[in-house]
Design a protein. Structure first.
Length: 96
């Protein structure tokens, strides 16, 4: 329904330069709540289109939430690790 906002909560971890799960699916208009744990070293999770950049120290769980709008497939990556070319990579898929 039009004008109905939902919260989508995901838990993820980054280990061995891999984000797991690596794909999050949300509806346009939802608020994404993400808890990410860095298992084996310091990472960050960056998603430029939605203005997300969260540093995560080894062994720490960070929570982030933001509103999602539009539609499409958006890349999440670790800037600290060298960006999109080196991983870890994940995808935020926004559906109508």
């Amino acid at each position: 329904d039009e004008g109905t906002m939902s919260y989508r909560t995901f838990r993820a971890e980054i280990k061995n330069n891999r984000l797991s799960p690596d794909t999050l699916i949300v509806r346009s208009g939802d608020t994404l709540k993400l808890e990410v744990t860095a298992i084996d070293k310091n990472y960050d999770i960056t998603q430029p289109e939605f203005g997300m950049h969260v540093p995560i120290a080894k062994g720490v769980t960070r929570k982030v939430s933001f509103g999602v709008s539009g539609e499409g497939k958006f890349t999440m990556f670790c800037q600290l690790c060298g960006g999109i070319a080196t991983g870890p990579l994940g995808y935020l898929i926004v559906v109508p």
